[in-house]
Design a protein around this ligand. Structure first.
Ligand code: AOF
Ligand code: ZN
Length: 340
């Protein structure tokens, strides 16, 4: 062990994750990564992976830090430094060539191009490598990325709200306000702000006309990002979303409508209109009248043009959509808010 205590390491790793969270959604189907350079218990440089295809956290930090590196300096990064040539050069190269002598990492990289080889490369170059530090919290923080690399699909959280008697709407199907303000603050802060996308079926848009934003979110260590807006994803096979829907009124560029690849003539006209408004319309086949969940997940996690894919999804309803996801077996977490 070196002179820094474990709690110093954990504090610095926490800082890496705070920085990393600024890249949420913008890093597409990649990892959220932050890096800090610590000298005598003070952060002297920091950076994060800002967006898909841009510099990795530690390379960005080392490229912009022009000062001298001292042998006692520790470079912290919440993900094992990569050792492969991807969209950018390997981070291990930047670390070794800048003369870093100590690296502390949060978790091994599940990407098979790295998977321990980044650490080996650093150790073979004579660098002291400490870690994994706070592995469980680093893995949970990047659960979307980890899920994509390990299982090939995004992390999926289901959120539902029911009254104590089990109702989700009035008997006639009309909207029933179930959660109170405190529950809304909680779910905007810890659910909506912690996922890349919120997904609903078009029936929820028609009945409830939700905004699907994070207006009640409170700032905390990992959701400090101002004005974070997750993708809003609406499953709408025949494109019947009302043009007056709230999700089409505000930040339309963050709205994705998933529809059939065999639209009727009327559907194609609606598609053109949405497109002109700046809404993203994505098309997949219908299978016996419904979308297949694996098709949806592949569509949403695969980069295409200026859409870089997502790694985590919050499924907010309604009944048909919950059912589809439940029966797919692809659920990682379920949150049930019980109203009065
Ligand atoms: C790091 N630091 O900040 C990030 C890493 O598509 P690319 O070229 O950006 O490569 C993506 C892979 O790079 C990703 O799967 C993971 O292995 C690593 N991401 N690594 O050392 C970073 N973002
Ligand atoms: Zn890298």
């Amino acid at each position: 062990m070196n002179s820094s205590s474990i709690s110093d390491h954990e504090t610095s790793m926490q800082r890496c994750m705070e920085l990393a969270s600024r890249g949420r959604k913008n890093v597409g189907n990649g990892a959220m990564v932050g890096a800090v350079l610590v000298r005598e218990n003070k952060i002297i440089a920091q950076d994060w992976h800002r967006e898909f295809g841009s510099a990795h956290a530690e390379s960005g930090l080392l490229n912009s830090f022009t000062g001298r590196i001292e042998p006692e300096d520790i470079l912290y990064v919440n993900l094992e430094p990569c050792c492969h040539q991807g969209k950018t050069p390997p981070c291990t190269y930047a670390v070794i060539s800048r003369g870093i002598k100590r690296v502390c990492f949060g978790m091994l990289d599940p990407d098979e191009r790295v998977a321990g080889k980044g650490i080996e490369t650093l150790r073979s170059a004579g660098i002291e490598v400490i870690g994994p530090i706070a592995r469980a919290s680093c893995e949970y923080f990047n659960r979307g990325y980890v899920s994509l690399r390990r299982t090939g699909r995004p992390w999926i959280t289901i959120k539902e709200a029911r009254t104590r008697s089990g109702m989700i709407s009035h008997d006639d199907g009309s909207t029933l306000k179930i959660t109170d303000e405190e529950q809304d603050v909680w779910s905007h802060t810890f659910l909506r702000s912690c996922h890349d996308g919120i997904l609903v079926g078009v029936e929820t848009i028609v009945r409830d006309n939700p905004f699907l934003n994070t207006r009640f979110a409170q700032r905390n260590d990992l959701t400090k990002v101002k004005n974070y807006q997750p993708w809003r994803i609406i499953l709408d096979p025949s494109l019947r979303i009302p043009t007056s829907a709230n999700v089409l009124m505000h930040s339309r560029g963050d709205t994705i409508v998933v529809t059939s690849d065999a639209l009727s003539e009327g559907g194609r006209v609606a598609e053109d209109a949405l497109h002109d408004w700046g809404v993203r319309v994505m098309q997949i086949p219908l299978r016996e009248g419904s979308f297949a969940i694996p098709d949806i997940l592949r569509l949403l996690s695969t980069p295409r043009d200026d859409f870089h894919g997502l790694s985590s999804l919050l499924v907010e309803g309604g009944e048909r959509t919950w059912k589809g996801f439940r029966s797919s077996g692809f659920i990682d977490e379920m949150v049930s808010l019980i109203g009065a």
